[in-house]
Structure formats: structure tokens, C-alpha cells
Design a protein around this ligand. Sequence first.
Ligand code: ADP
Ligand code: MG
Length: 437
Amino acid sequence: MEKTSAWAKILEHLKTRVDEREFDSWFRDSRQKSETAEAIFVQVRTPLFVDYIPEAYAAQIAEAARLAGAGNREIRFGADGDYRSAVNPQKLPAEPRRRAGGLNPAYTFEHFVTGESNRLAHAAALRVADQTSRQYNPLFVCGGTGLGKTHLMQAIGHRRLSRRPGEKVVYLTSENFVNEVVLGVRFNKMESLRQRFRAADILLLDDVQFVVGKEASENELFHTFNALYDEGNQIVFSSDVPPREIPGLTDRLKSRFEGGLIVDIQLPDFETKVAILRQKAEASQVVLEDDVAFFLAGKIKSSIRELEGYFNRVVAFASLKGEAISLDLGREALKDVFRAEEHATTPAEILKLVGAHYGLKPAELRARTKRGPIVFARQVTMYVLKEATGLSLPEIGRLFSDKHHTTALHAIRKIAALREEDPVLDRLLAGFLAQFR
Ligand code: ADP
Ligand code: MG
């Protein structure tokens, strides 16, 4: 019975498409629980598998399903009777982090505080939100992580949608762009993909540095750009660095990126940090006295995301204690953070702890291998390193003898996305991080 189930047949094909050891770790324990004319229900080992399998293997599973004659049915995955993830061989697999309309409702201009650090970027963003402008086409926004690029790009999207209903706004991360191109090529869906991108009145492509080095995607981006530009449609890019500093960027894309206006976002100055804190306080309806705001603003070194983290921590702490937010309370809430600053955690400690959890020695974590479980443990380690130390992405990459910081970037993003969806992983990571603070 088990042997001839639809899933068993799919597995036969999948085996030849996935590395043997990965297959063993992710699929060996999977079993078909039931099936209908529309769907095949597959039980996997843990909730983490439920999220990870479609994320990592959607394309291979879809292909295997078609080869096994099950290409018209959805394959749903669950660990405890709740089949909450799926691969649909008839569709390009869904992007896991896409929200309705692709835009986060909080990322509007109303919620975006301006200061010297982002004034020009803000002004340019407003301008292109209101009208397509040859002069500002494309608009290229650059700046370090957590400084507001995504927020600003999505604010443009929101404003377009509200001011010019009927216009087509396309926002996507470059990672999604690359994924769509990969799948489009594979499933012969490039034509519909092109139509979708080229129908945009405004295309917002976030973190465009991610496209670099991915040939088919670069090529597609180049032609998409030309098509939109020639039609007089607005294009907005963001990146962590300006075009000339993106390593490996082809000349033809570089000249397109540089053909409009480049604006950058810097780390906010003290006053802007205070203003952002006030705005966050207002939005969460808490009272934040100046002394506390000044105290917090003075502590922020890297980004607005960090500032939000501190703020949220103080608010949570106050609500747990049932007290108003005061300077003393703020100090108490953050004392672990500052203690960690005094003697920073070493990467070696992190490799040891995370490795131990997965039964791996630090050397095994660092080894160059593509074995699924090790790769996953390594990605978790990179994430913890990023969260718990001041290491940069290239530094983290080097710890794992990777030449490219995009590997670390990809790993960290992926774990961050999984963490949002998987409470078990979330708790595990919180536990790791708590030990380093
Ligand atoms: P980036 O895309 O540059 O990494 P994000 O846009 O994700 O950064 O911003 C990180 C966080 O900081 C988000 O929650 C965002 O809402 C907030 N933020 C960034 N800039 C501002 C700003 N000027 N005013 C208010 N919040 C901001
Ligand atoms: Mg961003």
C-alpha cells in the first residue's frame, strides 16, 4: 500500500533530483496520510520540515510530481494534522514572505520620519510616488541595512495605489525576482512573467544587488528595465551600496542604474533617532519621556531596526512589570544588552553552542559541504552570529570560508523568514540569543 501511494511514486522521482543525503534527512521519514482528487497529504517529521521542505524543494517536488503523473494535484505538508504548507505543481511556487499586495501596511510615508540622514531620499521618493519623472528614472536608493530603504520603497507603492487607483504597482524583493525568473525558465512561464513585470506602471525592486551575478535574472532585468523605461513607467531600485560599488555589476546595468537619480540614506543623527522613537511611541500609544528617548537614542549604533528592537524591549518590559516607562526601567530592561557590549561574545562560543545543539563540532559546521542538515545548522549559526555579534556579512562569510557575503546574507534572510513562521524555531533561536546577551 505504502509503496504504491502517490507520494511514494513522487519520492522515486524526487530521489534522482535531490542530493542523496539531503533526501535522507528531509524526505526519508515522510509518509502519505491520505489523498483526494485535488491533493496529496504528506506527513513530515516536525513543523520545521513543514516550512522548510516547500521552501527549499518546491521546484524539485513539482517536477517529480509531474513525472509521477500527479502534476494536477497539490501536495500538502503537515506534521501534526495541520497541513499548512503546500507545493502546487501547476503554479510557480508561492513566495513565502509575500503579503497581500506585497506591501507592509505599516510602511507608509506617514510613518516615515525624516531628518538630515534621509531627507533627499524621502523627497525623491515622494516625487516619484506622485508622478513618473524622466529625471528621476530610475530612482536608486542606497544605504546600509535597517536604515529604511524597504520602508521608503513600500511607501512609494502605498502612495501610488491611493493617489492613482487603477495603476499597477509591482513591488518585489530581488530575491523573489530571481526566484521567479528561475522558475519561469524552468516551467516555460517566462512569457507570462514578462507580461506581469512589463505591465507595471511603477516597478519597485528592493535589494537589487542580489540580482548581480545571476545571469538569466540580470538579463531579464535589463530587458524589463528597457521596456518599462521606454514606455515612460517609473522604476525604483534599492541596494546596500551605490551602483559603482556593487561588485560584478555589468556595465549595461550599471549605466541603467546610474541613469536617473541616486540618493542615499545614512545613519540618522541623534535628533532623528529621538524623533523616530517618539513616532514609534505614539504609534504604540505609550508615553515616552524625553529622558528615556535620549537615553535610548544615545545607545543606538547601527540602525533604525536596532532602535526599534530596544524600544520594543522597553515597552514589553514596562508592560510585564505593569509600570510606566521611566529612565530606570529603560536601564533595567536593557542592562543585558549593555553588559553584552562590555564583553562581546566571540564567534567561537557561538559555533560551539549552536553546533552542540545539532550534534556538530565547530569544524564540521565550517566544513564545505552541501549536506542538508549541516547546511541548515550552518545557516542558523550565521543568523545567530549576525544577531549576537557586531560581525559584518563578509566577516561571517569568511568564518565559513565563503568568499561571498551573499551566502551569509541569503542564510540570514532565510532563517529570519523561517523564524517568523515557525514558533519552534523561533523559541530555539531566542534561547540561543539569550545566552549571548
Ligand atoms: P532596510 O530596508 O534599509 O534594511 P527597513 O526599511 O526594513 O530598512 O527599516 C528597518 C525598520 O526601521 C523598519 O521597521 C522601518 O519601519 C523602520 N524605519 C526605517 N527608517 C525609518 C524612518 N525614517 N522613520 C520611521 N521608521 C523607520
Ligand atoms: Mg530592506
